[in-house]
Design a protein around this ligand. Structure first.
Ligand code: NAP
Length: 251
């Protein structure tokens, strides 16, 4: 059990990759705070899966783009589970909008959640951990799109590349205080976010043909790499980003 006795806060853990991370963390011995913004029922299901592993879970509604929500989320987790050891900034949204049509509001909402939200959660976590003299680990969930060009992503792709820069720069500032910061870039994972790939005729086959392993990834496969970064096995690893994409770049 890589994460025995650890307490983790996973943002956007009601569905998809966040749920996969929560499940693997629980199997590895962590108690998990499950954050969501809209889908309470799904978040409760994630919490049920965590508890089924004999671990503690709480469910917390909150928008990662709102400082008051993030501070409340962190306080609640500390109060109900204990001091947070691991923060996973997984919450994110993706929209596909051509550059010439993108509005200010669309740009702002997406970048607020995907990039500023991760920065905000990280800052709230680090301030509290450092004040308490505690060590910790942060994992940002980026995207393979940090390194790709896909249509309609002039707002999304920069947020994911930005998480890589955030990881390196935060690491330089907080690792001396004992907080490691790393980033996982998932490839193609079949979640609600990627239903469009299943819906557009031929799109799924086209994507899979570019992936060396010829298949999509599982949410739990992202969870396993995230658990590695969160664990003592990665005790000398910080400021790093890894692509977990089945070899999407390899072809
Ligand atoms: P998903 O199935 O759409 O789930 C998104 C999660 O984020 C949900 O739990 C959602 O909560 C939460 N969320 C959205 N906005 C939020 C906000 N403002 N505050 C708090 N939580 C919020 O997405 P996914 O595919 O699992 O993606 C998870 C992460 O992986 C994202 O950062 C995404 O960019 C990244 N990623 C995904 C893929 C892929 O192929 N799926 C590939 C690369 C990167 P509710 O359920 O309450 O709405």
């Amino acid at each position: 059990m890589k994460l025995k006795g650890k307490i983790a806060l996973v943002t956007g853990a009601s569905r998809g990759i966040g749920r996969g991370i929560a499940e693997v963390f629980a199997e590895e011995g962590a108690d998990v705070a499950v954050n969501y913004v809209a889908n309470a029922k799904e978040a409760e299901e994630t919490a049920r899966l965590v508890r089924a592993q004999g671990r503690r879970a709480i469910v917390i509604q909150g928008d990662v783009a709102k400082r008051a929500d993030v501070e409340a989320m962190m306080e609640k987790t500390w109060a109900e589970l204990g001091p947070v050891d691991v923060l996973v900034n997984n919450a994110g949204i993706e929209t596909i909008i051509p550059f010439l049509e993108l509005t200010d509001d669309q740009w702002t909402r997406l970048t607020d959640i995907n990039l500023r939200g991760a920065w905000l959660c990280s800052q709230v976590f680090c301030r509290k951990a450092i004040a308490a003299g505690r060590k910790g680990s942060i994992i940002q969930i980026g995207s393979i799109q940090a390194a790709k060009v896909l249509p309609g992503r002039t707002h999304y792709a920069p947020t994911k590349l930005g998480l890589e820069a955030l990881t390196r720069n935060m690491s330089a500032e907080v690792t001396p205080s004992g907080i490691r910061v790393n980033c996982v870039h998932p490839g193609y994972i079949e979640t609600d976010m990627t239903t469009w790939i299943r819906d557009v005729p031929g799109a799924r086959d086209m994507v899979l043909s570019q992936i060396s392993m010829g298949r999509s990834g599982e949410c739990r496969e992202i969870g396993k790499v995230t658990a590695f970064f969160a664990s003592e096995e990665a005790s000398y690893v910080t400021g790093q980003s890894i692509h977990v994409d089945g070899g999407w770049e390899g072809k």
